[in-house]
Design a protein around this ligand. Structure first.
Ligand code: AN7
Length: 373
């Protein structure tokens, strides 16, 4: 029997979930690692670039990896309700896994600033949606305050089980490629995901808690950390220019970007992310909305992969740093595409407003004329 039942069952010994605990799972994980075949030559780049397409998780984003862990642990602990603030994807995942577990979910979202697909997900899964007249950072502050007064478990990435689940994406990359890549590039909002990947890579590499702030951060949790003898990559985090606290070195009070998933000015994993930068020898940088959207379109039109705007930030950054030499030619690079393009049809349509759609009568002649001209 090879029925795949999600990342907890796949990597259970390396996760802080005991053997007897039933996983609340939806078959998440095992997402495709797609090697780019057209973009490098088109841009005159000599590099082996893979995209890890997390948009193929069950709710269409990488959040499912952390959410299966957070909800499994919460249910095992007797929780009856979970809560999160979200730019959209966390709320979709929380709503789905709460439905699966048969518990309640409350989600705080910024009014008018979440992509349509994500709002539809939160609604159809039947969670309690609270729109905040403010941004993600306001929602996060309120979630922390309200959780002190109500019997709800926070499932944002400050919940340590979240990053434990997200580290499995790094395991999958290494298990598939045979070793870590030279560079791993990610879009960064709260910086939970980049920290989760670094945790996974560092555990496989056998890094000790004394040598890593990130490993040390999780030292209370019990699970198998045995080395696989692999290397670690250089981690590179890319942000949207209007919401780039890491790239600018300070918190941003009024973040703005077309990539609403990463419209975050006060990231929650500030210290972890700086440890990742230092321990991996990596860096943070920012890209304009135009650069992000151009990369989204390039990927869709040159490779057939449709990711959401925030996700394209990783590829936009990697391509820019390959062209300017910060990432050397000949490198092996993995870019995480965090979410599915179908989440945000409005932004995709707006990008294609000059794409002609020909309307013709339903006759052979008319269709022939439209094709042949
Ligand atoms: C597509 O859903 O924070 O750096 O509330 O949805 O781990 O925060 C989403 C984040 C990148 C940034 N790409 O990841 C939320 C939320 C997509 C995302 C990120 C998010 P982190």
């Amino acid at each position: 029997m090879t029925h795949y039942t999600g990342l907890i069952n796949n990597y259970r010994s390396r996760l802080p979930i005991a053997d007897g605990v039933e996983a609340i799972e939806l078959g998440e994980g095992q997402t495709p690692l797609i090697k780019l075949r057209n973009i490098p030559s088109k841009l005159g780049i000599d590099a082996e670039i893979y995209v890890k397409f997390e948009g193929l998780n069950i709710t269409g984003s990488f959040k499912d990896r952390g959410m299966t862990m957070a909800v499994t642990a919460a249910v095992a602990d007797g929780a009856k309700a979970i809560i999160c603030a979200s730019t959209g994807n966390t709320s979709a995942a929380a709503a789905a896994y709460a439905a699966r577990a048969g518990i309640k979910a409350f989600v705080l979202i910024p009014e008018g600033k979440i992509a349509m697909g994500k709002l539809a997900q939160a609604m159809i899964h039947g969670c309690e949606i609270i729109q905040i007249e403010g941004n993600f950072d306001d929602g996060m502050r309120l979630v922390k305050e309200v959780a002190e007064h109500a019997p709800v478990t926070i499932v944002n990435s400050i919940n340590p089980y979240r990053l434990q689940g997200q580290k499995t994406a790094a395991f999958e990359v290494v298990d598939e490629l045979g070793d870590a890549p030279d560079y791993h590039c990610l879009p960064v909002g709260n910086a939970g995901n980049i920290s989760g990947y670094w945790l996974g890579y560092s555990e496989y590499a056998g890094t000790s808690a004394e040598d890593s702030f990130v490993i040390n951060h999780f030292k209370e949790m019990e699970y198998d950390r045995s080395a696989k003898g692999t290397k670690t990559p250089t981690m590179v985090g890319y942000q949207a220019a209007g919401a780039a606290p890491f790239a600018h070195g300070e918190m941003v009070d009024n973040p703005e970007t077309v990539a609403t998933a990463i419209r975050i000015g006060h990231p929650q994993s500030w210290d972890l992310a700086h440890a990742v930068e230092k321990e991996s020898g990596g860096w943070f940088d920012a890209l304009s909305d135009e650069e992000i959207l151009a990369a989204q379109k390039l990927l869709a039109q040159s490779e057939g992969v449709f990711c959401e705007p925030a996700s394209a930030t990783s590829l936009a950054g990697a391509l820019r740093d390959l062209k300017n030499g910060r990432i050397p030619q000949g490198s092996r690079i993995v870019c995480t595409l965090t979410g599915n393009g179908l989440k945000d049809p409005d932004t995709a349509m707006a990008q294609c407003s000059d794409t002609p759609i020909t309307t013709v009568p339903a006759t052979l002649d008319a269709v022939k004329a439209a094709i042949i001209g």
